[in-house]
Design a protein around this ligand. Structure first.
Ligand SMILES: [Zn+2]
Length: 490
């Protein structure tokens, strides 16, 4: 839904979904499924695009991912649809914007009538399996919809109070996925989803990765843990502490160590895929649900509070089953909701009408012309209510005037417009200087606001929201990394 020209039609389609009009799924026969490529979808949580070598980073954080990108198609300007795990991953799986799939907050689960990528592939004869390593990708929220096998790799209850064991590490996740690959006969094509959590706070990679990029550090302990970072969170403290430059440098080195550690295991997974079914027989997607902030805009929480590029610009690398497009780099802005639509296009499966993403296959096939009105859109509605729209040059962010955010800190409402080409770190707000640029982008944000269920339908006509009750140990697990509860003022 990125071209301004067809925006109205797509928004109309999404509004129809809200009142329960479900367009039919493709009725293509699955007879040809046996010859179809396997589909592997790898999501590395909290991975900034600009911290990977193939996206220009100067540290050697990603030798295996860089080599994979060189034999794949890399999207230089890919944007997630939210800056935190739950709505962003749900957008990937449903090819819908957060306000359309409705899983925008902790308490919500995917609607029973929603259609996921795994469901469509299952209808086409695919055997699907998922390995996920964080609470927010669990069955609680509806992520298992359409998967034949769904494995939640979460540490036992009695370990959740220790932040370092809040999630399984990449080595264990990879072991499980490889075991699955080797034990299956794969008579049918499969859809394998693998989720890694490691670059997320706490930054605590095993050695030698932990000290790889800052071996001489001898400053205070605890840098890179949520407990240490929370005093620098602007969304929580009206006047957050100022982070010491050396500590910031060390936090970034620890984060980079997590990326390098994950890279090694992603490489191991790719090797196993090659040994078992052959990379040439696979369509492989590698991406992330959001980035991470390192004080670029005065906060160190990690993500979920803002929509600047450090938290929404993510890597997107797609390995086609034939190697024709290897090494292609696509410059136009794209969205993560495009991934599911593009996977189906590669398999010659018609996307359900509920999918809002665009088919990127023409660009993977070498289409190179500039798309002047290509847009990427995203939003958050949690502690703050914000939207962004990004062109290849400009970015407009809108913050709703909700007075104080849900942590009691006054919100700076209004618009921010950035010229990304001149100001890539989004420091100079040009909203009052460039009304001709801002106008059409404001219109785009307005159309999305108008397509929200609460704006288009009476309460009685809305799709019922499915609420989730989290257990005490799930809440504790989330609290250990700052997701729920109000303990930041301690
Ligand atoms: Zn995440």
């Amino acid at each position: 839904m990125r071209c301004i020209g067809n925006l109205g039609i797509r928004l109309l389609a999404s509004a129809a979904l809200v009142v329960g009009v479900m367009p039919a799924i493709s009725a293509d026969s699955p007879a040809h499924a046996a010859e179809q490529p396997h589909v592997i979808f790898i999501s590395i949580d909290t991975l900034r695009a600009d911290h990977l070598g193939c996206y220009g980073y100067d540290r050697e954080t990603s030798p295996r991912i860089d080599a994979f990108a060189a034999r794949s198609v890399r999207f230089e300007h890919a944007f997630s649809q939210a800056s935190w795990t739950l709505p962003s991953h749900m957008s990937m799986m449903t090819s819908q914007y957060p306000h359309v799939h409705g899983v925008e907050n902790d308490g919500m689960s995917l609607s029973r009538d929603a259609t996921t990528l795994a469901m469509v592939l299952g209808d086409e004869g695919y055997h699907s399996a998922a390995f996920v390593s964080w609470v927010y990708l669990g069955k609680r929220f509806g992520f298992h919809k359409g998967f034949r096998e769904f494995t939640e790799l979460l540490p036992p209850k009695d370990k959740v109070d220790s932040a370092t064991t809040a999630a399984f590490k990449a080595a264990q996740v990879t072991d499980k996925a490889i075991e699955w690959l080797k034990n299956k006969e794969h008579r049918k094509p499969f859809f394998l989803f693998v989720h890694y959590f490691d670059p997320h706070i706490n930054y605590d990679a095993p050695e030698p990765f932990k000290t790889m990029f800052d071996p001489d550090y001898d400053g205070p302990e605890g840098v890179g843990t949520f407990g240490w970072l929370r005093k620098y969170i602007k969304g929580v403290h009206e006047k957050p502490n100022k982070i010491e430059p050396r500590a910031l440098e060390h936090a970034i080195a620890l984060y980079d160590g997590e990326i390098r550690y994950t890279d090694e295991h992603v490489g191991r997974l790719l090797d196993a895929i090659d040994e078992t079914v052959g990379l040439k027989n696979c369509l492989i997607v590698l991406t992330s649900d959001h980035g991470e902030e390192f004080n670029e805009h005065g906060s160190m929480e990690g993500h979920q509070w803002t929509l600047y590029d450090e938290v929404v610009h993510v890597p997107l690398i797609i390995h086609p089953p034939d190697r024709t497009a290897a090494g292609t780099v696509v410059q136009r802005p794209v969205e993560l909701i495009d991934v599911a639509t593009t996977i189906l296009a590669w398999l010659d499966i018609e996307a359900p009408a509920t999918f809002q993403g665009e088919d990127l296959k023409p660009w993977m096939d070498g289409r190179t012309e500039r798309v002047a009105d290509a847009l990427a859109y995203g939003e958050i509605d949690r502690f703050n209510k914000k939207q962004f729209v990004r062109t290849d040059r400009y970015k407009l962010i809108h913050t709703d005037d909700i007075g104080k955010n849900k942590r009691g800190v006054p919100v700076q409402a209004g618009y921010e417009l950035f010229d990304i080409r001149e100001d890539p770190t989004e420091q100079r707000n040009l909203f009052n200087d460039l009304p001709d640029v801002a106008g059409p982008l404001m219109w785009v944000l307005e159309q999305h606001r108008r397509s929200r269920p609460e704006a288009t339908t009476a309460p009685s006509q809305r799709r019922p929201k499915r609420e989730v009750q989290l257990s005490a140990h799930e809440l504790e697990r989330l609290r250990s990394l700052g997701y729920v509860g109000g303990d930041e003022e301690e």
